[in-house]
Design a protein around this ligand. Structure first.
Ligand SMILES: [Zn+2]
Length: 304
């Protein structure tokens, strides 16, 4: 998969250091997402913001965007100067190939983790506290953030304070990893860094099958939620998304179809399937097992 569009969530000390490293090395499109404004402390520490930014209300995302434009760096950036949440995450992250979490905020991180698992997008999580830092790329094949964090505390419940040196070492390591991703390299490692001793350790983390975000239980729950009603009269299922009636037809060649603009009725002996363009199904004469098989076939179809 070619990675072209990144979302950088958090343009603080770590986020802006990562941004600077990537700006010099790659032609990428990056959404800069951060609702924070610049304080005096930020202006001194991060290399992108200037002292004048702290004298009036300046959003970090806007200032980083302005910096990259002013220096004519090769990055194509878009500023998103507000916080990401349940109600705007789909809109904000639409079309993104990789999400980089540089927030050190457990709530945002859990939200990003869930979204990335549900949308099959890789998530790079980073965290820094004092001399210690870590980063981790979760891509759906290995442990997700919830698999790890439900067993250990990785982030300080209070806001963590990063040292500039640790943030720099972390940003170097992250940029190196991210720039490898477009070439098909998929790091499956949890990388822990001690910036004082320069020790770096990498671990492979396996999925936790009982994880409520990426585990098997979750998949079953998701499938269950498609079934609206199962009774003797029939099985009602809702895909909760629109379907193109025309693309369904070739899948049901042995059926006798009646087609209209809004629905498709498929008859096969004494059994029938009524499909609406809104993705609702009524199966008559089918077992839940055969409905599942049909849904597996249909769910690969794209929306109109
Ligand atoms: Zn998980």
């Amino acid at each position: 998969m070619a990675l072209k569009r990144l979302a950088l969530v958090g343009v603080g000390l770590v986020g802006s250091a990562v941004l600077l490293r990537m700006a010099c090395s790659a032609k990428l499109a990056i959404k800069l997402i951060d609702g924070d404004i610049i304080t005096k402390k930020d202006a001194y520490a991060n290399g992108i913001f200037v002292e004048a930014d702290a004298e009036h209300v300046t959003f970090k995302a806007n200032a980083a965007h302005r910096f990259l434009l002013a220096h004519n760096l090769s990055l194509d950036t878009e500023s998103v100067p507000f916080y990401i949440g349940e109600n705007n995450i789909d809109r904000v992250l639409e079309g993104v190939d990789l999400v980089i979490d540089a927030t050190d905020n457990a709530q945002t991180r859990n939200l990003l983790n869930r979204w990335c698992i549900e949308n099959s997008k890789p998530l790079l999580i980073s965290s820094v506290s004092g001399n210690r830092a870590f980063f981790y790329v979760s891509d759906g094949e290995n442990a997700c953030f919830n698999c790890i964090s439900r067993n250990v505390t990785l982030t300080d419940p209070n806001c963590t304070i990063a040292s500039v040196k640790t943030a720099t070492v972390l940003a170097d390591a992250i940029a190196k990893e991210v720039l490898k991703l477009p070439f098909g390299d998929r790091p499956h490692k949890f990388v822990s860094i001690n910036a004082r001793s320069n020790e770096v350790a990498a671990y492979t983390l396996l999925k936790d099958p009982s994880c409520s975000v990426c585990g098997d239980i979750r998949k079953n729950e998701k499938e269950k939620s498609l079934f609206v009603q199962v009774c003797s009269g029939g099985i009602k299922v809702s895909l909760q998304r629109k379907l193109s009636i025309k693309t369904l037809l070739p899948l049901f060649k042995s059926y006798d179809p009646s087609v209209s603009d809004d629905y498709l009725l498929l008859r096969n002996g004494g059994r029938s399937i009524l499909v609406s363009k809104f993705g609702d199904f009524l199966f008559t004469g089918y077992s839940t097992g055969s409905v599942r098989k049909i849904l597996a076939m249909v769910s690969n179809l794209s929306s109109p």
